[in-house]
Design a binder for this molecule. Structure first.
Ligand code: CMP
Length: 132
């Protein structure tokens, strides 16, 4: 998971991490970083051809983000449930985006959409895997 710039700026990091822990995720690694354009473009490379790609990269490089490595059985699916729909206006009550998202772009957090993408994204942010 990645906590996006507007949620970091609004001081919602602790509340979002607490929601992950309350919902059974173990936080394994955390990193606050300011993504540069190259990293943001690689992170979101599956969206490279989408019309919103340039705005997405501009937004994700606009301030610090927090990368979050979590552990839990079936983590990708369950994290997507906890995070809610991409558009906060459509996110179910009680989800992270319902509570902390602002709009489709400023939607508080990113959650990996498949185990393969999770590994790729974790590698980009943290570099390699860790044991334990
Ligand atoms: P995220 O889960 O980080 O993955 C890609 C992001 O692109 C998505 O959340 C949205 O914040 C952002 N985005 C902006 N515009 C759109 C759009 N029209 N459709 C889907 N995602 C969008």
């Amino acid at each position: 998971m990645m906590i996006k710039p507007e949620a970091v700026a609004a001081g919602q990091v602790g509340r979002i991490l607490a929601m992950a822990e309350t919902n059974g995720f173990t936080i394994v690694e955390l990193k606050t970083l300011r993504m540069d354009r190259e990293l943001a473009e690689r992170f979101y490379e599956v969206h490279r051809e989408r019309p919103f790609f340039a705005d997405l990269v501009r937004y994700m490089t606009s301030g610090p983000v927090v990368g979050v490595r979590v552990r839990r059985e079936d983590a990708v699916r369950r994290m997507r449930e906890l995070v809610g729909a991409t558009d906060p206006a459509e996110a179910a009550c009680g989800t992270i985006r319902f509570l902390y998202g602002t709009n489709l772009s400023q939607n508080a957090v990113h959650a990996s959409d498949s185990p393969e993408n999770a590994l790729r994204e974790l590698d980009l942010i943290f570099g390699g895997s860790i044991e334990g």
